[in-house]
Design a protein around this ligand. Structure first.
Ligand SMILES: CC(C)(COP(=O)(O)OP(=O)(O)OC[C@H]1O[C@@H](n2cnc3c(N)ncnc32)[C@H](O)[C@@H]1OP(=O)(O)O)[C@@H](O)C(=O)NCCC(=O)NCCS
Length: 221
């Protein structure tokens, strides 16, 4: 029988699989998109903040869903080198881009994914989480991702995973001694169908997709 448990290092490949199977529709057809996505949205949380990462175990040890994240994005960014040197650099699936600061669109004019931009997002947590988000980060210092394989959706696991995650981050002190109101997340504009799920879990839309093509949502503790 399936149950929720903390992440463990042997889940690494299973986490990649879940991330790739549940990618948003714009990235799903892209081979580099599927290869790189877990390095951009999954593995840094399990590497840097394993105590706040949870999986649904199908009962045989295999992860079939997760809610992963961190309580303090500033501390997460400060510790990021460990992810770069221990996970990204040794991985045959990722190539370190030359210019880590360059800002380019993720999609090329023909609609395909620019793999270098994804690698840059994996290597540069400022591009991924900080740039352009100063207003959000001033108040909401935690972030998370949740994904479940198709056959485990719609059975209450998402709701339970979020509760477990929130419990794990609620009382974690902030590195700078400041106070966090809660969590912010980005939901891809073309995955707007999940917004009602988040609203049921206490999230509110802070900003609708405009130029960024992302819904920003927040939840107070
Ligand atoms: C979105 C997702 C995490 C939700 O998890 P889930 O386990 O399917 O959701 P749950 O069964 O826990 O649902 C909890 C509640 O939300 C509701 N809900 C779930 N999905 C919903 C949707 N798309 N629209 C409206 N309500 C929804 C459920 O009816 C349930 O309501 P209840 O508490 O009144 O019974 C899951 O469907 C998923 O992984 N989807 C694919 C990946 C993805 O899009 N991840 C989010 C990226 S931003």
């Amino acid at each position: 029988m399936a149950f929720i448990r903390p992440y463990k290092p042997s889940d690494f490949e299973g986490m990649s699989h879940i991330c790739r199977e549940t990618l948003n529709p714009a990235l799903l057809p892209s081979i580099p998109g599927r290869r790189l996505a877990p390095y951009v949205w999954t593995h840094q949380y399990t590497h840097l903040s394993p105590a706040t990462c949870f999986v649904v175990d199908d009962g045989s040890g295999r992860p079939v869903g997760y809610c992963i994240g961190c309580p303090d994005i500033a501390a997460f960014v400060a510790a990021y080198d460990s992810y770069t040197t221990q996970v990204l650099d040794p991985s045959p699936e990722v190539t370190r881009p030359d210019d880590l600061e360059l800002k380019e669109p993720l999609f090329l004019p023909d609609g395909s994914v620019n793999a270098v931009v994804l690698s840059r997002l994996a290597y540069n947590p400022h591009l991924l989480l900080v740039d352009g988000n100063a207003d959000l980060l001033a108040e909401y210092k935690a972030t998370m991702h949740i994904d479940l394989l198709d056959e485990y959706q719609g059975q209450g696991w998402g709701k339970q995973l979020i509760s477990r995650f929130v419990e794990s981050i609620r009382d974690v002190p902030q590195r700078d001694g400041g106070v966090s109101k809660g969590i912010w997340i980005g939901v891809a504009g073309d995955n707007g169908k999940v917004v009602p799920f988040y609203e049921k879990q206490g999230f509110k839309i802070k900003q609708r997709p405009v130029e960024s093509k992302t819904y920003f949502m927040v939840r107070e503790f």
